[in-house]
Design a binder for this molecule. Structure first.
Ligand code: MF3
Ligand code: CO
Ligand code: CO
Length: 309
């Protein structure tokens, strides 16, 4: 039975229905306020404040890379690199992300020659003329992570080492150039695979790039080969991620040291090279957040020795 105009209103006010909720009920206004829908923000999509925080973190990380580059020379140990990274980072009030990360005990990764990634700095590893060494730096600034790596020449290196290093660098930039707002992750792997095949090298599959922000590693996974599974993910404006192709001279296969649980080597003992940048997808396209002032810029042509024009 419905309420008549002169009946007491259903709301319990004691007024006649026509003086109370009748009009509201007729025009569809709900009698009871519907619970407010909870608006959840996608944590992978950074707002402008968070983008600024990522810029600051990545700017510091790149500044550290510019400093590290200066100390690379024959005779220093990879522990010397680690000590420098720690001292510089702490003295600026920031944090090295790898220290204590899943049991890792150093402040950066230093991967020489046939080490694909996650080489552990040691006072027993001395850089020698002809080595290539990748230094991978990740720091935390006000809760946000910046992550990048470069492969350096130690004095004069082989022609093969130069070509491999160039391929990893060019592959990374080809991938960056392939990015457009809301493109698919697979575009990255396509670009890198194309470059590596053209140069006669292989692309490591077991280690990938990753989303990054308030966490070191998060979604999406960024394979450096055209992976049909992870490749369908979409890179929306506001997402931050790394591109960090490991390119091998021979086989793409790797093995991880049973002794330390980290160091990853090429299965055939041939060389591996890598570069890494942290990138923000914006409404206008990719923004490379870890650009250095003095390191190799897009289009750089590597030569050996490094200081010869
Ligand atoms: N910096 C590496 C990356 O690019 C991760 C190193 S994790 C560590 O994702 F524990 F090995 F340091
Ligand atoms: Co990374
Ligand atoms: Co890294």
């Amino acid at each position: 039975m419905s309420t008549g105009p002169n009946d007491p209103c259903h709301c319990g006010s004691g007024k006649k229905y026509k003086k109370c909720h009748m009009r509201a009920d007729m025009d569809g206004t709900p009698r009871v306020q519907a619970p407010q829908a909870t608006v959840r923000r996608d944590p992978l999509i950074l707002n402008e404040t968070e983008r600024e925080q990522m810029r600051a973190a990545c700017r510091f990380n790149a500044q550290l890379m510019d400093q590290v580059r200066e100390i690379i020379k024959p005779g220093i140990t990879t522990q010397d690199i680690d000590d420098f990274v720690s001292q510089y980072t702490l003295s600026h009030g920031h944090t090295c992300a790898t220290l204590g990360y899943r049991g890792y005990t150093r402040n950066c990764c230093t991967s020489i020659n046939d080490i694909v990634c996650h080489g552990i700095p040691s006072d027993k590893v001395v850089l020698k003329e002809g080595d290539i060494v990748n230094v991978d730096l990740t720091t935390i600034v006000d809760g946000f992570f910046g992550d990048q790596s470069e492969t350096f020449f130690v004095g004069e290196v082989s022609e093969a080492a130069v070509r491999l290093t160039q391929c990893s660098f060019d592959g990374m930039w080809d991938a960056i150039d392939a990015l457009t707002p809301s493109c698919r992750v697979i575009e990255i792997g396509r670009a890198i695979k194309k470059r590596a095949s053209r140069d006669g090298f292989s692309v490591v599959e077991v280690f990938q790039g990753h989303g990054i922000g308030r966490k070191f590693h998060q979604s999406p996974a960024i394979p450096h080969f055209p992976d049909r599974y992870h490749g369908t993910a979409v890179l929306r404006p506001g997402m931050c991620f790394t591109i960090e192709p490991m390119i091998n001279e021979g086989t793409k296969n790797c093995w991880v040291s049973k002794e330390d649980g980290w160091t990853s080597f090429t299965s055939d003992g041939k060389l591996s090279a890598q570069f890494e940048h942290t990138i923000l997808m914006t409404e206008a396209g990719p923004e490379v957040m870890t650009l250095t002032k003095h390191g190799p810029q897009k289009g750089h042509k590597f030569k050996s020795p490094a200081n010869v024009a």
